[in-house]
Write a protein that binds this ligand. Structure first.
Ligand code: TYD
Length: 212
């Protein structure tokens, strides 16, 4: 059986990942590919419980190291019980955020550094890395304005100072220069259909490579 593949979406809070994830999922299903959609933190019953702890605004005293380990714990459960098995069964896995979020938010935003975050996450993910990661490229201030316009209440992470969100954005920019083969920045200041055209072009390339 052909092995599946793994695509992740990244970006600041409010960067508009959801619509593109839906469009990509529909596109792959139309091609007869079985799609598994999931998200981080969460995606499994245990992971969703960890998510509630992480995003609960009451937990404002959470230490950055505790936070890093909880994100990695949710990820370990997701990789081992859902992502890896699905890829082995030939499915396409699309995940809303993955380890790059920990690099941007915990290593950069919280200042824990890449080395610590990489080490902790190596236990969670092993060699399970995405084939492509789409970075929804919109600066932190614009993204936050969009998020606030949605009217939804801000969670613990979203309630952080703008300075934090700006360093997360810088963290993503750093990651793109470290992993240019895997992480594709996508300009999201266009219509959703135009944005999806750029995503589709990369996915078609990946599908050709896997079939070839
Ligand atoms: P979520 O509501 O899923 O955010 P979004 O809709 O923007 O994806 O909340 C996830 C939050 O957790 C978001 O603020 C990013 C943060 N996060 C980390 O700090 N580290 C991580 O490893 C992950 C996966 C998410």
């Amino acid at each position: 059986m052909r092995k599946g593949f793994f695509i992740t979406f990244e970006g600041n809070d409010g960067s508009g990942k959801t619509t593109q994830i839906r469009l990509l999922s529909e596109y792959l299903k139309e091609k007869g590919i079985e799609v598994v959609l999931t998200r981080e933190p969460g995606g499994t019953p245990i992971g969703e419980q960890i998510r509630s702890i992480l995003l609960d605004k009451a937990n404002k005293d959470m230490h950055p190291v505790t936070e890093m380990i909880l994100y990695a714990a949710s990820r370990a459960q997701l990789v081992n019980t859902l992502i890896r098995p699905a890829i082995e069964e030939g499915k396409a896995v699309i995940c809303d955020r993955f380890v790059d979020s920990s690099y941007a938010y915990q290593a950069m935003g919280r200042g824990l550094g890449l080395k610590a975050v990489r080490t902790v996450n190596s236990y969670a993910i092993g060699d399970c890395m995405p084939d492509i990661t789409f970075f929804m490229d919109i600066d932190a201030d614009t993204a936050m304005q969009r998020r606030n316009a949605s009217g939804e209440e801000a969670d613990r992470m979203e309630s952080e100072k703008m300075e934090f969100h700006r360093s997360v954005y810088e963290g993503y920019k750093n990651l793109i220069s470290l992993y240019p083969e895997r992480i594709k920045p996508i300009d999201v200041q266009k219509s959703p259909e135009q944005v999806f055209e750029s995503i589709k072009a990369y996915v078609d390339q990946l599908l050709n490579k896997l079939e070839g």
